[in-house]
Design a protein around this ligand. Structure first.
Ligand code: FCB
Length: 450
């Protein structure tokens, strides 16, 4: 038995998302998304790239699925593109879009790979953005309508559903920090978007329960532990506590406890934030019972008090820990703390790690290999913690590496490579990286040795 062994039915997967991989921007009747719009505005994307072609998954999904199979991965996480299904966000459905996803899902099934479909991974139809997007409460209904169409059209082929990917990032990076589409910079606006995303999540789960479909449904939250930069400085300790509220508790309290943390809302209000209108029934909508809870996580943060960062007054500092090519710090012990914190505070029936992985500056060497020891080490260290969490009685049922292929990494463009598989964007040639071969052995052996 390997030193770190995993249950035989552990769900080993790799993850992706529509805008980041599909390409085919104008193909198949797809409508414009906020990411199509945002990535074409000069200055928004670090390397000037966009997702027009990305990894051309639209035309190469059979090749990608055969690579998944070759690596022995058991599951593939992908998202449906809302404007590929409803080019205008609502109204007439685009049959070509539906048929595309049916082909992909059938191909996965034929290859014995489970599908995990994210309903929303950030590519909102621009037509809905023009009507206020996530700041317009009507979006809850638009989203429910879209989710119901997916259940009806794809439900027979989907093994796991994920509602909204990372409400915090879509809300905050897109509406407070201005780094993601639609590119606003207003905390109050972001908080309103977050409330509507959580409602959309709940409304989609509620609607799913009416369908009679048996696949599991859950969410994917972006989470990380927030530690004080200087544990002896009470202001840093308080900053870390606030960041735990901002990053994690706001979302998990809503989903699992049916309320937002009052002390956080009071504090924001006192600092001049306009709080979202929470109407009767909203919290009930949000706090639906989930079949699994998805954690997306990459690093932990060490935070200090920062008087310039309204309204949270906290910001992260760099530490001496090793960093990936995006400067994200390795903190595997923080990952363990995060799983334990989630389990202790919210008791989800089941946790799935729906994203975890490392960015690298990877290339194909002269012998045709991609050597990525940093990623292998990252995966190993993080999987050791998953193993430890399972040993501690926390029900972690699966682990999805972000990402299957290198892809369009949002504001970072094509230069941050997260894939298990290298993509040459000029030729679209795929090369399996060394870390993927390592992971493939881990899957085969249900574990690994130190
Ligand atoms: C997550 C996103 C995913 C990917 C990784 C690196 O926040 O969900 O699409 O960009 O970060």
């Amino acid at each position: 038995m390997p030193a770190y062994s995993f249950p035989k039915d552990f769900l080993w997967g790799a993850a992706s998302a529509s805008y980041q991989t599909e390409g085919g921007a104008g193909d198949g009747g797809k409508g414009e998304s906020i990411w199509d719009r945002f990535s074409h505005i000069p200055g928004n994307i670090a390397d000037g790239a966009n997702g027009d072609a990305a990894c051309d998954f639209c035309h190469r999904f059979e090749e990608d699925i055969s690579l998944l199979r070759r690596l022995g991965l058991k599951a593939y996480r992908m998202s449906a593109s809302w404007p590929r299904i409803f080019p205008q966000g609502a109204g007439e459905i685009n049959r070509e879009g539906v048929e595309f996803y049916r082909r992909v899902l059938k191909c996965l099934r034929d290859n014995g790979i489970k599908s995990a479909v994210t309903i929303y991974h950030w590519d909102l139809p621009q037509a809905l953005q023009n009507r206020g997007g996530w700041a317009n409460r009507e979006i809850v209904g638009w989203f429910k309508n879209y989710a119901e169409a997916l259940y009806a059209e794809l439900g027979d082929l989907v093994d796991m559903w994920i509602t909204v990917n990372e409400p915090i990032i879509a809300a905050m990076n897109g509406h407070w920090l201005g780094e993601h589409a639609p590119g606003y910079r207003d905390y109050s606006h972001a908080l309103l978007a977050a409330h509507h995303m959580l409602m959309a999540h709940g409304a989609a789960v509620k609607a799913y329960r009416q369908t009679g479909l048996k696949a599991e449904i859950g969410c994917s939250m972006n989470m990380q532990m927030e530690y004080p930069a200087n544990p002896d400085d009470s202001r840093d300790v308080e900053a870390a506590r606030i960041m735990m509220l901002h990053q994690n508790r706001f979302y998990l309290d809503a989903v699992y406890k049916g309320r937002y943390p009052a002390e956080f809302l009071d504090r924001l209000k006192a600092r001049g934030v306009t709080l979202p209108a929470v109407l009767d029934g909203d919290m009930e909508t949000i706090s639906q019972k989930l079949d699994f809870f998805g954690i997306n996580t990459y690093f932990s943060e060490y935070v200090r008090y920062d008087e310039t960062r309204w309204p949270v007054f906290a910001s992260a500092v760099k530490t001496e820990r090793p960093k990936t090519s995006l400067g994200w710090e390795l903190c595997p012990d923080g990952f363990f703390d995060l799983m334990k914190w989630t389990h202790d505070n919210y008791r989800p029936d089941k946790i799935v790690i729906t994203e975890n992985g490392a960015a690298g500056n990877d290339w194909v060497n002269s012998s045709g290999r991609v050597e990525d020891p940093g990623r292998r080490e990252y995966l190993k260290q993080y999987l050791i913690e998953v193993n430890r969490a399972i040993g501690a009685g926390i029900n972690i049922a699966g682990y999805f590496v972000w990402s299957f292929c290198d892809n369009f990494e949002w504001a970072q463009g094509l230069s941050a490579r997260f894939g298990l598989v290298h993509v040459d964007y000029k030729t679209q040639r795929r090369t399996i990286k060394d870390s993927a071969y390592w992971l493939s052995d881990v899957v085969k052996n249900s574990g690994f040795d130190a």
